[in-house]
Structures are given as C-alpha cells and as structure tokens.
Ligand binder design. Sequence first.
Ligand code: HMG
Ligand code: MG
Length: 301
Amino acid sequence: MTLPSFVRLVEVGPRDGLQNEKQIISVADKVRLVDDLTAAGLSYVEVGSFVSPKWVPQMAGSGEVFAQIQRKAGVTYGALTPNLKGFEAAVEAGVKEVAVFAAASESFSQKNINCSIAESLERFVPMMEAAKAHGISVRGYVSCVLGCPYEGEVPAEQVAAVAAELYAMGCYEVSLGDTIGTGTAGKTRQLIDAVGARVPRDHLAGHFHDTFGQAVTNIYASLLEGITVFDSSVAGLGGCPYAKGATGNVATEDVLYLLNGMGIETGIDMSKLVAAGQRICSALERKSNSRVSKAMSAQII
Ligand code: HMG
Ligand code: MG
C-alpha cells in the first residue's frame, strides 16, 4: 500500500474534548480554542453539539460559540446533532455541516442516546431529508467499533452493517469510533477490511481514543489500509461521558508529528497547534495529554 500524500485531520477537541469536562468553560475560551485551531491550519473543526443539556451540560452553549467564532473561508465548522430538535437548533445557529452518531453496540446506544441502534437510524432519516433540503452535509459516526464498555467485543460485521446504513442514507463520510481506545493495529486492519467491503475506504475516517496508548499505531495501521481522514483532539482532551474511564482522542499534535515524519501534507502548523493546545490547557488548569506538546515544551529538540 502506498501512503497518501495528504491527510485531512478533523479536529474534535472543542466537542469531544470539552464535552467531558466537569468545570465550567466560558464561551470565550471555547471560541478562542476554535479560532486558534483554524489559525493553526485545521480545515475542519467540530465546534460543539446540539444535544440535550441535561445529558451533556458542557455543550449547552454551542449556539453562542457558533455565533462568535471567526469563520474562515475553506474551513468546515461541524456540530453533533442526535435528532431533529438538535438539527433545527444547529440550522438556527448557522451550522453548515452536522454529524449524526450511532453505535455498533446496543448497550452503548441506549446509554448514549437512549434508544436502540435501529431506532437511532430511523431517527436520522428525517434529519437527512431536512439536511438535503437545507444544503447541509452530514457526517456519520459509529461508536464502539473496537470494543464496548458494556458488552466487550463488538463483531466487525456489526460495525460494517451500521456504517453501511449511515452511508446509504447519505452520510458522505463515516467515522469509525474506537470510543474506549481498546483497539490494536491488527484489529484495526481487520475492521477496515470488513467495513471497507461495505463502504468505500475514501468515505471512511478513523476516530481513535487513546486510553490504551494505541491510537497513533492504529492510525498508522489505518493509513496502510488506505484511510486518509482522522479525527483528533488538540492536547488529547476529552472522552465520552457515557464511556467511564475512557480518555480523550488521540492528540492532534501527536498525529501531526507522525504525518510530518512521513512527509504527508496536512496544511497544519505544528508550533501554532502546540500553542493552541497550551492555551486551552492553561484555561482548564490542566496538563496537555500530548506527548509531542510535552516534549516540545521541554525543548528536547
Ligand atoms: P431523551 O431523554 O430520550 O430525549 O434523550 P427526549 O426526546 O425524550 O427529550 C427529553 C428532553 O430533552 C426534552 O426536554 C427535550 O426537549 C430535550 P424536557 O421536556 O425534558 O425539558 N431534548 C433536547 N434538548 C436539546 N437538544 C436536543 C434535544 N433533544 C431532546 N437535541 C437525546 C435523547 C438523544 C436527546 C439524549 O440522549 C442526548 O442528548 N444524548 C447525547 C449524548 C451525547 O452527546 N454523547 C456524547 C457525544 S457521542 C460521542 O462522544 C462519541 C463520538 O465521539 C464517537 C466515539 O468516540 O465513539 C461521536
Ligand atoms: Mg469520541
């Protein structure tokens, strides 16, 4: 397999990263994070979610964040929408791209969105129609693709079936979420083999949480399988409120270091990215989870 010359990184820090924070984060801090990320060259930033504030309080101000960010030409600003109510709120906030999210495991689907996998897919159909009518593109997520916090192993065929449904209903890209970060390189390759038989690989993305420290390796394994889009979170922020103990996404800085090292273009400036991560970490009064950011701060090179 020849490696790609360009990889698109989907920055999910402001959403996947911040959704799990217990402390109050001001709208101003969220807006600055988004603007810092686009200034660093990210061309896709997932800004927030239009979900129930009772379920995920941290995302309650997403509309205000959308109102205050400086929209740059050529940048996609996305948001999660679980149902028509969320979709309508997103449209009102001027969102041009949304993401629907399903799971490959029944228990996770119930815990995360309070319905079965089949019900969630049915719920997405009117959203897809409304999105088409508004000229809004829709990305899809499948959670628990390499393991479920409630059910353990998840068969790759089950992941492939859900991914295929999302693709068939009109999601232009399906992001495969290793929600709890249990995946390994071998399993990642098997998964892409199974899902790639149902959804073209250039319409798949990898979304690896780094709980077991395997995310960068899993991205390399995915590159070998022809995947060229990856979700990541600056400073490795985050986790899912319904996957206790799971850590954040792979740090964007760490993925960029991998890609830079292989001469793969991304359009992202490492020093501006590291600075964006350091600024949000100081606002949150926490240390970065990015190994690259830590190493660069220590001036190892
Ligand atoms: P429900 O309780 O079944 O919903 O929740 P409902 O339709 O019965 O409504 C209950 C209440 O919620 C009502 O309000 C609705 O108006 C309100 P009340 O009458 O009680 O005052 N409501 C809403 N409010 C705002 N925005 C909405 C909305 N919908 C209903 N869109 C629901 C179902 C899906 C809403 C809920 O379960 C929910 O919001 N879940 C979101 C969970 C979430 O955001 N999880 C994290 C993101 S997913 C993730 O992190 C994984 C990912 O990163 C990939 C990976 O790593 O695997 C994507
Ligand atoms: Mg996630």
